[in-house]
Design a protein around this ligand. Sequence first.
Ligand code: LLP
Length: 403
Amino acid sequence: MKINFKELANKYQTPYYVYDFDDITKQYNELKDAFKARKSLISYAVKANSNLSVVQHLAKQGAGADCVSIGEVKRALKVGVPKYKIIFSGVGKTDDEIRQALEFDILMINVESEAELRRVALMAKELNKEARISIRVNPNVDPKTHPYISTGLHENKFGVDLDTAKRMYIFAKKSENLDPVGIHCHIGSQLTELEPIKEAVNIIADLVRNLKSALKIELKFFDVGGGLGIVYDNETLIDTYKYAQTVLDSLFGLDITVVCEPGRFIVGNSGTFVTKVLYEKVNGDKRFVIVDGAMNDLLRPALYDAYHKIEVLDKSDDKSECNVVGPVCESGDFFAKNIELPKTEHNDLISIASAGAYGFTMASNYNTRGKVAEIAVENGQDRLIRKRETFEDLIALEEEYLQ
Ligand code: LLP
């Protein structure tokens, strides 16, 4: 759907994030549909965009939640994601987080080390519970994505190798307080090639068959993680149906529910960051377009040199090369370098595309900048889903300590 950025700017001021909720539904349905040959659970990766209204919208479509902190688990529960669709992953869960996850009785805790498994067993014992766990296996395959978002190689901190995983399943089976129900693997994010995924799921599925035949451990959930890429620029994507088929093909002989944890695929292209031009200037022969949004609002260009398509609204002539930069006091504060944009004027609007995933969630208050407003558009109607932060919001937790 075409969103009227200008109208929203007049109504809510700039900068803002806007999300097309109908597009989110479409993406969710596409993936759910691709797995329809088997029992499946699409557990949305809340880290991609954790706005309560976004998570609630997905919960209404039937999605579960993949969470990486107890805070995210609480967000999911708050908006009605059923506890039996919530997964808790992460390499560094605290005792308190483990305890709370057990008390909430979520679907499973994805365990990422032997030391963590012992902690989970201990916490479950103290609470007189049996913890449903799955083990995150690191299959040591190269996902061929940006090194910062690659997670399936032994050099990455995530998961455990196959031998360790086997030892952990044996330990879990023997423990009265652990119930090994699942297996998990996530090799990286923004994946655009199917081959590494195929390699990974085949390794994991072999392990599942092996656990069944050699150790009589029958798992119920096969969690393939997230990672499906989206178009930012001109990437060729993995076909969703081929992806699902590859996963399903690996599972021959197994009666197991497929779990998938997409984040970016669901919300990435639904979101746009809209900012307005403050000034233009030329330093030597370098042209800068200075806007009111900054790296604290959308960090991906600064952090990963990520490309987001930028357009000036209602203008197309008189293009020349420029850097689009924000007001933050860092040379890394840019949205794009050396791109062709039309000549702009004060208050022109600029849209930065594909900003629905890892945009707002990675925002900070650097330079005492309040986080921007978030807006949803659904069925042609817009509504605010997070207020713009005020100066008072920013100092609220400090003020009382002034001397
Ligand atoms: N499951 C696990 C265990 C994960 O670690 C992640 C992402 C996902 C699922 C969801 O991945 P997705 O479907 O969104 O690719 N900030 C980076 C991305 C970090 C991804 C971290 N883990 C970025 O802006 O590109």
